[in-house]
Design a protein around this ligand. Structure first.
Ligand SMILES: [Zn+2]
Length: 379
């Protein structure tokens, strides 16, 4: 905790509906932020009291799939994107590999306020220039030794290994890269995140390679032949088995990482996602919008608000070993005030489908370590 956190005047968020997904509880109560943590007890003289009646008080949102490498072609501005969307922690998923993770640290981690962690791309060059094809096409850029050394050097913020194991990214080299990433994740004892794209590699091969705590991202993508659910609404056995082992299904909406039809089938099959994330980057932001808009898609699909909030707070936090995403007294005061407003909006999924929604989640206030970093309507 920084000195600034300690100095922040205590804040009382009064009268909102407080959702703490870690406990599953939702109730109208006050939340007091003092000394950078969630406090117990009533408001004190001198506290700054903010009336949030009718609003949702949630742990700060955790976006498990983003691209925020400042200066890279993919990268969006971390603080600029995070705070207006109620996000207090962003996980960069493989923008940087072993040869660029130091640059990521210098340009992004050390120059941002938002909480940042990163998955290391198994390709040393990272996921740069996605418009030119994939980082796995030149197999000599995949180095297990370089990856392990980079993770050892940056273990304070590297939380896992990422591989974009699909035909468009790696051609014939995608499957060996998946195997290399698997070995590195095992050697360093961190989760493996694999993206699901067009075959090959097939979804069964990927699902069978994942272990407890690993993450399948773009899990609800709609690439023909690689969906996690079949046309009759049956979850693929390999995916069902993976979930039973404790593999997490992450949304990673992106430009082509999410199909509304697949989502409908999975929700109908009683298979909601574990985590809801944006895959925000320079080329996806038009399709995605922001994290509350991705959450709003799931509300429109009928998923309960409490479940949606769990998928964007405590579950992604725990997936990467972070003690955020909850409102337990004593935990870090990363808090978001959201509003569910009446709206008539249409969301696209990147596969040509749209869904109309009558309600949209919007961030109103964002607090990071007890300090207010966003207020809607103020520049
Ligand atoms: Zn991505």
């Amino acid at each position: 905790m920084s000195a600034a956190d300690q100095d922040a005047a205590p804040v009382v968020l009064r009268g909102g509906t407080v959702h703490d997904p870690a406990t599953g509880r939702a109730r109208v109560t006050d939340v007091r932020l003092e000394g950078g943590v969630i406090a117990t007890g009533d408001a004190q003289p001198g506290d700054r009291v903010i009336d949030v009646t009718g609003r949702i008080v949630s742990p700060g949102l955790v976006d498990l799939h983003t691209h925020i490498f400042a200066g890279q072609d993919l990268g969006v501005d971390a603080d600029g994107v995070a705070f207006p969307s109620g996000t207090t922690t962003m996980i960069d998923t493989g923008s940087a590999g072993a040869h660029l993770i130091g640059a990521f640290r210098a340009s992004t981690l050390e120059r941002s306020t938002v909480g940042i962690r990163a998955f290391l791309n198994i390709a040393t060059i990272g996921a740069t220039s996605i418009l030119l094809g994939g980082e796995l096409r030149a197999p000599w850029y995949v180095s297990e030794e370089e990856a392990v050394a980079a993770i050892d050097a940056h273990r304070d913020f590297v939380v896992g290994v990422k591989v974009r194991a699909s035909a468009d990214v790696g051609g014939e080299h995608a499957l060996p890269a998946l195997a290399a990433a698997r070995r590195v994740a095992d050697r360093v004892g961190l989760p493996l995140m694999v993206h699901l794209g067009p075959p090959p590699v097939g979804v069964d091969e990927i699902a069978d390679s994942l272990r407890e705590g690993d993450i399948l991202t773009h899990a609800f993508t709609g690439w023909p032949g690689n969906a996690v659910v079949d046309d009759d609404g049956r979850t693929r056995p390999s995916v069902a088995r993976a979930r039973q082992r404790g593999v997490l299904l992450d949304i990673g909406h992106g430009a082509s990482g999410f199909s509304l039809e697949v989502a409908r089938r999975m929700l109908a099959a009683g298979q909601p996602p574990d985590t809801i994330s944006t895959d925000l980057h320079a080329y996806s932001s038009k399709t995605v919008g922001d994290l509350p808009q991705v959450m709003s898609r799931f509300l429109a699909l009928g998923m309960p608000l409490g479940d949606v909030l769990r998928c964007t707070t405590v579950t992604p936090a725990r997936a990467v070993g972070l003690a955020v995403g909850e409102l337990t007294p004593g935990s870090r005061a990363d808090v978001t005030v959201l509003e569910l407003v009446d709206a008539d909006v249409e969301y696209a999924d990147g596969f040509g489908a749209t869904i109309r929604a009558s309600r949209e989640l919007r961030a109103v206030q964002t607090f990071l370590g007890g300090q207010q970093v966003y207020e809607r309507g103020s520049a």
